[in-house]
Design a protein around this ligand. Structure first.
Ligand code: FES
Length: 156
């Protein structure tokens, strides 16, 4: 006789298979078990955006020498937004900043393969939040360079 736990696992497996049929393996895998979830303490870039659906995404970015070293996210949104934020974070990590400009809604949708049309806005939320956090990194970098120039000018 199967235990309650074994029955639960069979049921979850069936639900997962059905979800993969309806959407994609990528959406279901990242939506259920996302990479890059969480916060970075004292990040170089941070953004928090609430989409028209009322859900919020946050992105945290760590830069090193013009390269995106680490990206993490939090969201109270749906499974599709979790998947979208997770792949967006992965797509940015390890890339020089200029190459991250192309991580937009359509690039995220392409990576997720079979996003339902009524959830395409979840990918837009992920893209906008990532881009805003990246811009903050660049602004911070410019401010630091400016401060350094001023210090050099003052000290001669
Ligand atoms: Fe709100 Fe997906 S983020 S429905």
């Amino acid at each position: 006789m199967k235990t309650d736990r074994a029955i639960e696992e069979i049921m979850l497996g069936m639900v997962r298979e059905k979800a993969i049929e309806m959407y994609s393996e990528t959406i279901v895998s990242y939506g259920i078990d996302p990479s890059n979830y969480g916060a970075i303490p004292d990040p170089d870039g941070y953004a928090k955006i609430t989409g028209p659906c009322g859900d919020t995404a946050e992105m945290f970015v760590r830069m090193r020498n013009g390269t995106v070293e680490q990206v993490t996210f939090n969201t109270d949104g749906c499974m599709f937004s979790i998947a979208a934020c997770s792949v967006a974070a992965e797509m940015a990590e390890g890339k020089p900043f200029p190459r991250c400009v192309g991580i937009n809604q359509s690039a995220i949708l392409k990576r997720l393969e079979k996003m339902p049309a009524d959830h395409e806005h979840c990918a837009l939320l992920a893209a906008m939040t990532l881009q805003k956090a990246l811009r903050q990194c660049i602004d911070k970098q410019k401010e630091e360079e400016q401060a350094e120039r001023e210090t050099t000018e003052t000290t001669g």
